[in-house]
Structure formats: C-alpha cells, structure tokens
Design a protein around this ligand. Structure first.
Ligand code: PXG
Length: 454
C-alpha cells in the first residue's frame, strides 16, 4: 500500500490483528483507532486528530513522547551491542549501570535486581524466587500468596492467578492453586460510619484473618500495589500499610510491593513505597522504568532475601531478554532525564496537588461525580447516579464507557474502569496542560450526565 487510509488500516487490523483486553466483535463493528505519532503529552491518530493522552500510553510514558535523550541512548546501544545474554556469567555495561542506579533510588536495603521484560514476568519471577527462598530456608510448605481483590499483577498464567481481577481469573477456568485474596480497602463503599483510620486498621486486619485461616506455615507472601491502579485507583486509608507490615512481620510472611504503576514518580516520590513508608522484601517494577519506550522490568530484592537465595544454588530462571542491553540503556537515560528535570519534585510539589485540587473542584460542581481518588499524578473520578444516596450506576448503564467515548471524540484519553474515569498523565504535564485536561473532562462529564438526565 503506498499511502494507506484509516479505512485500509482498519480492514487489515480486523483481518489479522487480535487485540488484548478487547471484544473482537465490538472492535470489528467499530473499526480500530490508529495512532500514528506523538509529542509531549499528545498523540495523533491517522485522521489527524490531536488527543491529550491522559493515560500516558498505558500508565507508562512518564517523561512524555519524543524525548531525544531516550532515542539517542537506544540508537547508541543498537550501534555498539544490540544484544548479548546475561545467562552464562557475562553482562553488558548498561545492565550493570542500571542495577547500580536502581540501588540508589529504591528504598533502603533493596540492592539486588533481576531483570525481565514486563510487569507480568516480574511477578512470575517474584513467585518463583519467593517459593525458592522458603525452600532454601527449609520451609517448603510456605507457598501461598495473598493478594487483594481488584489487584492487578499481570496477565501470564501465574500473574493472573496472583491478581484479583475477577473476569481475568474466570476467562480460562480455574486460577492456579496457592493464590488467595482479601478484599481491597475502599472507604467510600466499605467504610460505613467508621473513621478513615479505624477503617484502615480493620481493612488491614483482613490479612491477619486470612493468614490464620490458611495457617502461617503455608503463607509465603502478601503482595499489593502501594496504590491500586488498574483495578480502579484505590489509595490506602491512613495506617493501612503500617498495619499490613506489622502483620507480615508477626507471621513471618514476606511483603511484596508491586510498583509497576506507582514506581518512577507517579505518586510524587520515586516509589509508592516511599510515599506510604513501606519497607518491602521484594519490589517488582516496569512501565515507568523506561517510560514505555522499550519493554523492561526488574525485581528489587532486599539484602537479607538475596543472602538466602545466595545459599540456594543456581537461580534456574530467566528470559532471553532479561536485561536487554538496549532497554537498559533507555531506562538509564530515562532515569537521568527524570533527575535532571526534577520530575519527581514536579509531581510532588506542583502538578500532583494542582491536579487533585482541580478534580476536587470538578467533583463539587458535577452531579455525576461521587468521589475523587488517588495521589500525585494518578487519579480516579467515580461516576455516580445519585450523589446523596451514593447510588451507583449499573454495569448495563455503561456510564464510564460512554464518558470515555465522548472524551476521546473531544480530544482527551481517559481510561474507564468499572464506573470510574481514570487518569495517569505523563509526569511532564504542566499546569496549563492540566487546565486543558480538566476543561475537556468537564465537557465530557456534562455530556455524559445529560445522557442520564442528571
Ligand atoms: N503489576 C501492575 C501493578 C500493573 O499495573 C502489571 C503488573 C503487569 O505488567 P505487564 O507489563 O505485564 O502488562 C501491571 C500492568 C489497564 C492495564 O487496563 C493495566 C496494566 C496492563 C494492561 C492494562 O489499566 N498494568
């Protein structure tokens, strides 16, 4: 095809391309939207529409699109050494430099890093290493993981069982054995008349109940996202993580903080674990590590954890592209750029609080908005049928999907999760760009409300 039209792309896509998390029939009826280029916080589709990317790709393009430093780092590495493996007692400088850099940024005591290519692979790595750890310590029965409902930890066979997304776990039948869940904490829907603090303690207490039910001798680890992302953006109530940590220590259960979304500035600190004062034993990370320019993930390990692994013989685990030299080069350039531009401080002190102030104002004005959730540059706008009674929309109402469609036609990408609109814009966003985002969101919310006679 010399110069394909949108229609040509759509026909070929329909004929050959199977999409993740998509109903193929619905997409075939509609035709795919083809994205062709991007710059800063904007993407353009094949019809020339300029759209503000309120989701940073998929929670990942933290430094924004078109960053020359990342492109140059990739080119340089491709020219010098596009690939070499790290399996057989060899390494490439970018792998070593990145691990060193990560040791400086991660919370105290997390100094050892295993590379993979996606958040799912990082979490599969966590599962294998944690079970190996307990075996080395002579406690092979400690195999069960406890996670939370609405927790997202990936889509591979093990990561999906680890996660708490109902539809994903149900798609191919039974999840794997050895993966248990407790209810995620959400004061607005579960808190009733209790204070936030009391609710935080009670919600964390669900972990203790579950450990006692399973027997601590069978429980390997608890895993949670510092702020739950893909499940709908649920920030922890005050005191929640402190209580979770106390319980993990009491029952000799490892703590895993899944930083795939929270890591690299999203919450206004380098990691969500900094924001909530979490001292995890393991910390999977991906997405913002390379700002999504190339696939890469890593699992950070605490010194004590690594010491045990060290006594366990060979780590019989890994991927061809563990620590891909070009991905490592891009991740390094990405982190250096974040440091040079003080992007974490920009989120913490400026645009994070500004976004949340604007969203709170929106919530006060708009009848269709029930609550605003999140911290830093991660947020959810909960849509609601009746603000006073907190009556929710039903799945059949499809309020969030309608709002998403209206917004994208108006030039704003937001993600619809259940009945909430989710935002996770590039960290480089400015106040005036947030004003534009809010204006577009407001217009979209008003049009959605009209459809429901609000
Ligand atoms: N952990 C967390 C916390 C994530 O958000 C993963 C692990 C898995 O990462 P990979 O790279 O294997 O996708 C994620 C991924 C959505 C959406 O619709 C969110 C994710 C992935 C795909 C879709 O919000 N998060």
């Amino acid at each position: 095809m010399s110069s394909p039209t949108t229609r040509d792309w759509q026909d070929l896509d329909r004929a050959h391309h199977v999409h993740p998390f998509t109903d193929p029939k619905v997409l075939a009826g509609k035709g795919v939207r083809v994205m062709t280029r991007a710059e800063g916080i904007y993407v353009w589709d094949s019809d020339g529409n300029k759209i503000l990317d309120g989701m940073a790709g998929l929670w990942c393009v933290n430094v924004g699109y078109g960053r020359r430093e990342l492109i140059d780092a990739a080119t340089r590495q491709l020219e010098t050494l596009p690939f070499y493996n790290s399996f057989f007692q060899s390494a490439v400088p970018t792998q070593i430099e990145l691990a060193h850099k990560l040791a400086q940024l991660t919370p105290h005591g997390l100094n050892h890093f295993f590379y993979a290519n996606s958040g799912s692979e990082a979490n599969d790595t966590v599962i294998r290493l944690v079970r190996h750890y307990w075996k080395v310590l002579g406690k092979p029965k400690k195999r069960t993981f406890i996670a939370r409902t609405q927790g997202y930890h990936g889509s591979t066979l093990a990561a999906v069982s680890l996660g708490g997304m109902g539809a994903m776990r149900a798609m191919d039948g039974e999840p794997l054995p050895g993966f248990e869940q407790i209810q995620h904490p959400h004061w607005y829907t579960q808190g009733g008349t209790s204070s936030l603090e009391a609710f935080g303690r009670e919600a964390a207490g669900r972990l203790e109940k579950k450990i006692l039910e399973l027997g601590a001798e069978n429980v390997a680890a608890f895993i949670g996202e510092p702020v739950q992302g893909a499940g709908g953006v649920f920030q922890p109530p005050p005191g929640y993580w402190a209580e979770i940590q106390r319980i993990c220590k009491k029952y000799d259960v490892l703590l895993v903080a899944d930083e795939v979304i929270c890591g690299f500035g999203r919450t206004g600190e380098w990691f969500g674990s900094h924001t909530y004062d979490i001292a995890p034993d393991l910390m999977p990370m991906a997405k913002g590590l390379s700002s999504g320019y190339l696939p890469i993930s890593a699992v950070a390990m605490r010194d004590e954890f690594f010491r045990v692994i060290n006594d366990g013989g060979a780590v019989v685990h890994g991927f061809t592209y563990s620590g891909h030299p070009v991905s490592c080069a891009v991740a390094l350039a990405n982190i250096e750029l974040m440091q040079r531009e003080n992007l974490v401080e920009h989120v913490r002190n400026d645009v994070g609080p500004y976004l949340h102030r604007c969203l709170q104002e929106l919530a006060r004005e708009q009848l269709i908005v029930g609550e605003i959730r999140g911290v830093g540059l991660i947020a959810a706008i909960q849509l609601i049928k009746d603000k006073n009674t907190r009556a929710a929309f039903t799945a059949q109402d499809e309020a969030a999907i309608k709002c998403r469609e209206i917004c994208i036609r108006n030039g704003l990408i937001m993600r619809a999760v259940d009945q909430a609109m989710v935002l996770s814009p590039p960290l480089v966003i400015t106040r005036s760009e947030i004003d534009e985002l809010i204006d577009k969101a407001k217009a979209g919310l008003e049009l959605t409300a009209q459809q429901f006679g609000l």
